[in-house]
Design a protein around this ligand. Sequence first.
Ligand code: ADP
Ligand code: MG
Length: 643
Amino acid sequence: MPDTPTSHATQHEFKAEVSAVLSLVTNSLYTNREIFLRELISNAADALDKARFQGLTDRELEGKELAPKISITSDKQAGKLIIEDTGIGMSEEEVTRNLGTIAHSGTLEFLRRVQSDQAEGKKPDLNLIGQFGVGFYSAFMVADRIDVYTRSAHPGNPSVHWVCADPGRFSVAPADKETRGTRIELTLKDEAKEYLDRWRIEGIVRRYSNYVMHPIELTAIKDDGEADGETKQINEASAFWAREPKELTEEDYKEFYKHVMGGFVLPGDEPIARLHVSLDAPLQFKALLYVPGRAPADLFLEDRKSVQLYARRVLIVENCDKLLPLYMRFVRGVVDSEDLPLNVSREMVQEDRKISAIRRQLTRKVFKALEDLAEDSEKYAKFWESFGAVLKEGVHTDNSHHKQLFELLRYRSSTSDGALRSLQQYVDGMKEGQEAIYYISGENVDAVARSPHLEACRAHGYEVLFMTDAVDEWVLQELGEYKEHKLVSVTQGELEMPADESADEEKPDSEDSKDADNIDALLKKAKDVLGERVKEVRASKRLRESASCLVDAEGAISRNMERILRMAKQSVPARARVLELNPKDAFVQAANELASASPDDARLGTWVELLYDQAALAEGEIADPAGMVKRIQQMLLQVAKQG
Ligand code: ADP
Ligand code: MG
């Protein structure tokens, strides 16, 4: 393009605010310079959209025969990067206004904040930069001279050459561009020559502009002026999510999932569920989301991947965690809205309101998808194994969705033989006369399944839910009851249960059985021996086979919670627990007899200690294993001598 004679050029000063923005852009936003290309491509795509749209109604519009496309030329010989489109173009009046003022009042304020963050040594929020792109002016991060040649598609507008070569002013002059559209030539700064590299350009385009609907072609010219390879299209130019679900094949969905997951998917890791959403009110947006087939490794990390946010098919936030509640962070995919500005919005508050409107809708959709998934217990089990612990966080953090969340909870139980049970299934399977939903919390299924605390429930055929995720303790704080059945821990408080049927048959005389069960002498002796180590020693209603167990006092935090808090390095004051002895156990009865007859017998001390040891051992946590071995040794010796 020949240079326009300067005599015809009109000189303009940038408005003060533009100068301020320019100086901020060039000096402060250094961290994320590559977005300039995204901004220029999105402007070109907008211009193509406008031309297509106006061409529908305006018969006079020029250049309808031109193929809509965006051409990038990297010219190493000239040191220029050129972005050209066949879009709507600009008249002289438009170019002066559009590239000489700032339309968005929020821009300056936003950039000032970024600058002050940097001055204070804080890292500016790159997401925000992405979200509030800096538009055309971002090109000044990489270029020290920008030439714009543009011709409006509206007839009667001669083409113009806009040029800015030094800060503060630009000039506008006639040009001789013959076809409609805009050609932007960036003369790159020395330290920005990397943007002439074709791999670099392809990488940036794929990252931010892959799904821009118009083809983006790249031509590269080497230092010697020779072509560097063929001109070729470097973007996908088709946004899967923007199409109708019925237009898409399973292959398309698979392909896009691969893209979402960063390029490859191992066999067996195919998505568990997929949502393809298109909504128009109250806010227009489309979303294509997946529940991955395997828990991503970063699920519990602060800087994990998340959903990508697009505005009109241009990526604006790489990982936007505001689009779904945190407890749905396993969802991956894209959200794209026509209603979100690529650049700084006039009011950030309004911006936020739009995001939260999308979030409300998406949350509803994800719940719906999970409810559908739950119909298939096998698939849901796969989901639950990977993401159940994450979803459970919602019970603690999101009261407004308790109803949905409670229905989605699943637990293994004492009677489920490894299968997952819902609360509804539990309630449906309750025995006659059973009031409560029983649960046991602990470190893992193996440990809780063997716990002596289950014995009474087992005797009654009551199911006990196994709560073995750390987060269950927080779930329990919210899940006091389900469908009017209280949740009751079998390791806490005095477990009230109807008498065993079998026990009733054997001993119809309840007075008698009460006497037989009286172990007061032993209880008193045990409390004397154990002292401060136990809060209380009492006869147990929950034991059937075992002789003893330890339980938490009613209302106290559970031992499992204590364990979790300790793991999280929180200080937990040591608390004495309650020792329960089984009055029906033969050893307990023998000990009781001895305690009644001769409370000072030296053997009683060892026996009580052993009952305590057993209770601790059943929980897998014994404070003094060497002491226990010694006590067993003593007992064996006594038995051997008697024999
Ligand atoms: P935004 O795109 O948010 O409006 P920009 O700074 O990116 O802000 O662009 C400013 C304006 O310049 C655009 O709104 C548009 O009117 C005009 N413009 C920029 N690039 C082009 C182009 N390639 N073709 C036509 N008009 C353009
Ligand atoms: Mg723009």
